[in-house]
Design a protein around this ligand. Structure first.
Ligand code: GLN
Length: 310
């Protein structure tokens, strides 16, 4: 597709889907997130034929929230290998909300969690290499910067402090993982890293850049170096396809059909293997915590460009 046509398609998609920004609600359980402007909407595509096209609010920064989870998974894979990662954290869809902790009917085991829900991501933070949690976090931030090709990615301090002050469900999850012997160490330090990771700010274009590397099996055709191992990129794409949209992943597979990860900050990062990386931003969410206009935009793009892998 010619670049002008792609730009036009993105603009049409933005226009057709923008009314959905009025139908969802901005996340408010993290007080600082409630300040987002509900009508913001941006779409960015970076495609293998060299196009970088952005429409709408693509320069607007928002916190990655759960979109950082695939990068936590990647770094854990690069640091410790697939065997260690897979034995701590499973990869099956849970069919439950991202912050569910109703495991009390059975002993919590690694196969009950996956890297795309909070419990799994918190567990994987413990696998990342570093002498302290500050060092583990700075290695994660560094990987996010390299994948996004943006050295200025950084933490939104007020969102981080807001999450830290109110994140009691995540605290419960971390202590439950510890109680079942799945992770060790100081839970407040693990959580501090997780809260900071969720509070890294990015734009729709940053998400498209990260997705572009995943779509190209771990390398960016525009850059000489391989960014991540091919088998690790494949694992991240597969896990995103199975559970990247939480308990909305099955419906998303049917409607859109590509590996993607959403976050309650309003971002969605979608990787179309061998073709393109897509980033969307719109902070009005559906009941499951996925960006409403973002999902509709991806559905329309998938239909128009034949993106579904199924
Ligand atoms: N920081 C958020 C939380 O832990 C991330 C959740 C999300 O984006 N779904 O609740």
């Amino acid at each position: 597709m010619k670049n002008e046509n792609l730009k036009q398609l993105l603009q049409e998609t933005l226009d057709k889907c923008s009314h959905y920004t009025r139908e969802g609600t901005v996340a408010s359980y993290i007080p600082e997130l409630a300040k987002a402007a509900p009508n913001d909407f941006g779409i960015c595509v970076i495609s293998n034929d060299g196009a970088v096209e952005c429409v709408g609010d693509c320069e607007k920064k928002f916190t990655m929230q759960s979109v950082i989870k695939p990068i936590i998974l990647l770094l854990a894979l690069e640091d410790r290998g697939a065997e260690a990662v897979n034995s701590l954290c499973g990869m099956e869809a849970t069919g439950k909300p991202f912050d569910a902790f109703n495991y009390s009917d059975r002993a919590l085991q690694s196969e009950h969690i996956n890297p795309m829900i909070n419990a799994g991501a918190i567990a994987l933070c413990t696998l990342i290499k570093g002498d302290s949690y500050d060092e583990k976090f700075s290695r994660l931030l560094d990987l996010a910067r390299r994948l996004a090709n943006n050295p200025s990615l950084d933490v939104d301090e007020s969102v981080y402090l807001s999450e830290k002050a109110t994140g009691n469900k995540n605290r419960a999850l971390a202590y439950m993982l510890k109680a079942y012997g799945m992770i060790g160490g100081d839970m407040e330090e693990v959580l501090d890293m997780y809260f900071k990771a969720c509070s890294i700010q990015a734009t729709a274009q940053d998400l498209a850049s990260i997705a572009f590397v995943l779509a190209n099996h771990g390398s960016d055709p525009r850059r000489a170096e391989r960014m991540i191992r091919e088998d690790h990129a494949r694992q991240v794409n597969a896990v995103m396809a199975i559970c990247g949209m939480y308990d909305g992943s099955g419906e998303f597979a049917l409607r859109v059909g590509i590996p993607a990860k959403s976050g309650v900050g309003g971002g969605i990062m979608a990787s179309v293997p061998g073709r393109m990386g897509i980033g969307t931003y719109s902070p009005s969410l559906d009941k499951k915590g996925n960006s409403l206009a973002g999902v509709y935009a991806l559905e329309l793009l998938s239909e128009r460009l034949g993106l579904s892998v199924y």
